[in-house]
Design a protein around this ligand. Structure first.
Ligand code: SF4
Ligand code: SF4
Length: 72
């Protein structure tokens, strides 16, 4: 199935808490290896084809680091 959403990650706001990874029932997010300027390992959209734009991750993020764009 084609992706119907995508996530824009403001990596400098991310604190690496992982809440969004757990919130995503589709397995689209994962903690990555990139470290931001504050020293946190930040989340990445590891499987963009799995994102359906549901916004669960963005709602969960305490740092408001995630922005969802829906397609279609
Ligand atoms: S918008 Fe939904 S499907 Fe996409 S990464 Fe966030 S929780 Fe997962
Ligand atoms: S919930 Fe927000 S702060 Fe936590 S890992 Fe995800 S993007 Fe980063």
């Amino acid at each position: 199935m084609a992706a119907t959403g995508t996530v824009i990650i403001s990596t400098e706001y991310c604190k690496g808490c992982g809440l969004c990874v757990h919130a995503c029932a589709h397995g689209a997010l994962a903690m990555g290896r990139k470290i931001n300027n504050a020293g946190y390992a930040v989340v990445e959209l590891a499987a963009p084809e799995k994102c359906n734009g549901c916004t669960s991750c963005a709602v969960m993020c305490p740092e408001v680091a995630l922005e969802i764009h829906r397609r279609g």
